[in-house]
Design a protein around this ligand. Structure first.
Ligand code: DAT
Length: 173
């Protein structure tokens, strides 16, 4: 039984996953597990896709690479997908959502190519990752939070911190 919960922060690229994870790591002391970083550092991939401008992830290798750390608890997992993680590893799934105009500006600032930018905007509008999270995990552990402004981000971080403290109380021996 883990002493601290594991949380996934997911959503379309640009919604604010990394920003939220870094704030929570600093405030709550959760370990930020950036899947992008793990895939790169531990070479959990089968090469680079020019079409998608991202690594082609080897999911088995990735899960092996993070298993011990995640099973120990207290991780905040940062990635745009969530359905590959075993349900037993995860206590809360936060799906961040953002308005199209804000997302457009953020992806434009990252110099995303037009096709990739449009693909991500479509994915956000179609709620692809929210649906993926709801299909993969029990509905009661999936929450949707908006991340349009820094005030919303502050309030999200407060809310996740409060959830974390309650989990610790509920799961103390
Ligand atoms: P992700 O990790 O989901 O790709 P990010 O954390 O790198 O997203 O954020 C993308 C950009 O948007 C970055 O410049 C910070 C900014 N940002 C993130 N969340 C925000 C929010 N709630 N309000 C305003 N700006 C935000």
């Amino acid at each position: 039984m883990r002493q601290s919960p594991n949380i996934i922060i997911t959503g379309t690229p640009g919604v604010g996953k990394t920003t939220h994870c870094e704030a929570l790591a600093e405030r709550v002391g959760l370990r930020h597990v950036s899947i992008n970083q793990v895939v790169k550092d531990k070479e959990c991939h089968e090469g680079w896709s020019d079409e998608y401008q991202s690594w082609i992830v080897d999911e088995d290798k990735l899960l092996d690479a993070i298993e011990d750390e995640v099973k120990a608890g207290g991780c905040i997992i940062d990635w745009h997908a969530c359905d590959l993680f075993p349900r037993s590893w995860i206590d809360l799934v936060v799906v961040l959502r953002v308005d199209s105009t804000a997302l457009y500006d953020r992806l434009k600032a990252r110099r995303y190519a037009e096709a990739k930018l449009q693909e991500n905007l479509d994915s956000e509008i179609m709620e692809v990752l929210l649906q993926e999270a709801r299909d993969a995990f029990d509905e009661e552990i999936v929450i949707e939070l908006t991340s349009n402004t820094s005030e919303e981000m502050e309030s999200n971080v407060d809310r996740i911190e409060a959830w974390y403290k309650q989990w610790k109380i509920d799961n103390s021996a």
